[in-house]
Design a protein around this ligand. Sequence first.
Ligand code: NDP
Length: 284
Amino acid sequence: MTPPPLKLAVFGDPIGHSRSPQIHQAFAAQRAALQPSFAIDYAAVRCPLEQLPTTLAEFQQQGGHGLNLTLPLKQAGADHCVALSAHARASGAVNTLHWRSDLNGWMGHNTDGVGLMADLQRLNLDVRGRRVLIIGAGGATAGVLPALLAAAPAAVWVLNRSLDKAEQLCQQHASSAIPLQAGSLSDGSVNAEAFDLCIQASSAGHQQQHLPLSRQWLSASATVYDLNYGSAHQPVADWCHTHGIAVHDGLGMLVEQAAAAFAIWTGWSPQTSSVLHDLRRELN
Ligand code: NDP
């Protein structure tokens, strides 16, 4: 008898822009080429923060096996897990949940850090010894910060619209050997610093809002890596083009973090380059 499709989903708010269903269907097609009975049922579910407990409970009752969480649910998601992976624990945020019948609960993972580092490697962007500026202090920054610190940069600054959130994140990693500093995005206090790599991890682009970025923050050969893609990437892309700065969007990270989640749910690692190639062609 053919087994039922693996029940998977992504929850977030907004969710209409999500490419996750398409990416996971592409991974599933790769798997089905090796194992024809393999199939997934991957849904995109709009889930405001206050509805997470009920939506998650319903999903589990319906046989949910694996779940991705996107903004604004990553930090709250950790509270619904009976166990956390080392990456999830270090970041205090989860983007991947795996129903574990042996634990009778959700195991929380965070694949954003692995996804970002894999894409930086693909782009030949070094972190070791470089000065790294992160814009934003939400769930995505929480997810990637441990991986960035582990890659031995010379220093990391986290600038956020709300200073308290940047300070809280830096406080969580106060024991790191890497100099780590929080700042407010609007107070101009980083004017003297020349960063080599800027990780743009705010969601301002979703509202087509322009960030108060300063050219002086970046060294002559700096690169900006924007976690956003599609129209949400446009404001940062325009700013970089105006100032002659190399810029990459976060489509590669999206595919890599998804591949790591798929491997957690299925025990099998999909191939990512063809999936990224197809997505890029569509986006263009
Ligand atoms: P959160 O909602 O957790 O955090 C949003 C962050 O953006 C906060 O730091 C917030 O600042 C900041 N922000 C929002 N609007 C503005 C604005 N107008 N000006 C300045 N700062 C602003 O979202 P996530 O951290 O989960 O996600 C951040 C972005 O990264 C999203 O756009 C998401 O789509 C993208 N992402 C991409 C991934 C990929 O694989 N490519 C993976 C994960 C995320 P404040 O604290 O002041 O509210």
